[in-house]
Design a protein. Structure first.
Length: 196
């Protein structure tokens, strides 16, 4: 029986590792392609104007591809580092309370997109910045003070934003992965809290 449980546990761990690797690969490709395209255009267009279309476009494509791959690799390594730090600090931040959802997030504060962690608990939302920011802070949003929550576009373009409006009229804006899932889970948690 012990051997069977160990084998099942090993299979589950291998599956989780393969899913994590798949997520890293998808994120690496997404960041590499996006950043590589932007860098290719930013370098390729001026180079095409000054060095000729043929030389400029080739140089831009090569430079964009290389920079995209390097930045994608950096982003994945940074994300893994932050993920490990995130797991270490979860119980510290939440005080051992029931966590309904958690994940990396950015919170806009004083013109800075502050990176950190977002926690959805039974009666509050907590954002805690990590130590790599200028504006290090923690924000606690009790459900009873939230009047509206909706998905938003970051910088008016990117569909990864979430806005929370409080009863005091403050609007807290976050960048999260899976914003619709965050909004749905917060709405459900708020409804459960208000009903109890």
């Amino acid at each position: 029986m012990i051997k069977k449980n160990w084998i099942q546990s090993d299979i589950i761990n291998q599956y989780r590792k393969s899913e994590k690797m798949k997520d890293y690969l998808i994120n690496f490709l997404r960041v590499s392609i996006l950043y590589g395209t932007v860098m290719g255009l930013l370098i390729g267009v001026p180079a095409a104007i000054f060095a000729g279309i043929d030389t400029g476009l080739k140089g831009g494509i090569i430079f964009g591809t290389i920079m995209g791959m390097l930045f994608g690799l950096y982003a994945c390594v940074f994300a893994e580092f932050q993920s490990r730090n995130f797991e270490k600090t979860t119980s510290q931040i939440t005080g051992g309370r029931n966590v309904l959802k958690k994940g990396p997030a950015n919170h806009f504060m004083n013109g800075e997109s502050v990176g950190g962690y977002l926690f959805l608990l039974d009666e509050i939302i907590i954002f805690k910045s990590h130590n790599v920011n200028i504006n290090k802070h923690q924000i606690i949003l009790p459900y009873k003070k939230i009047v509206d929550i909706k998905p938003s576009l970051t910088l008016g373009l990117v569909p990864n934003g979430m806005k929370i409006t409080t009863s005091g009229g403050e609007v807290e804006q976050f960048v999260v992965n899976g914003r619709k899932d965050w909004v749905r889970k917060i709405e459900n948690a708020r409804a459960s809290y208000i009903d109890s």
